[in-house]
Design a binder for this molecule. Sequence first.
Ligand SMILES: [Zn+2]
Length: 230
Amino acid sequence: MSKLYFSYAAMNAGKSTVLLQASYNYQERGMHTLLFTSSLYAKTEEGRITSRIGINADALLYGESDDLYAWINREHRRKKINCVFVDEAQFLTKDQVWQLARVADRLDLPVLCYGLRTDFRGQLFTGAAELLAIADNLREIRTICHCGRKATMVVRQTADGKTLTTGDQVGIEKSMYVSLCRMHWEEETNRWPVSSTKAAKPAPARATRKKPAAKKKAPVRATPQRRARR
Ligand SMILES: [Zn+2]
């Protein structure tokens, strides 16, 4: 029995790189892989999965109305597939996640999905939520915040670096996103410090001590003091 995998991460963690490497490993052994990516960011009719480190591969573009089980089944009959890869899996619909589960269960093909867990508002993407619920295997691909902590959240920014807290779940450009740890995400989205009208409790000592370090964009790795707090 094959499995449905979900590898999730914040932005710029190298999800596409990991996907392309895994697909290459199959191909190197003479096996055939089928690659999908979302049509949402596609600039042309032809799909392509690109990674920031320069490797890329052709991919089929899926839209929300596509039946992925039927599509993969058709391709599999035409030419035997050994593994299915899905990039931008956060954009899958609930139904499509189930279609991919059936590919694993009934066509006995491993399905490896890669995507973001949450959007810039800290809310689960539909595809991510369903994958977290039913995938056989969950894997986190790690990336780091400017402070050196693990980055689990993303913020969306305007061209001049201003953080947006409202808007559509899907941005126009991938490059508008920055990955942060939860603590810095809360500050960047103005959820911290909690305003006095919401909470009368004094801020913990840690928050005041942290102030100088809160200057974002400083490309510093963890100093010993910061590392100690992790
Ligand atoms: Zn941080």
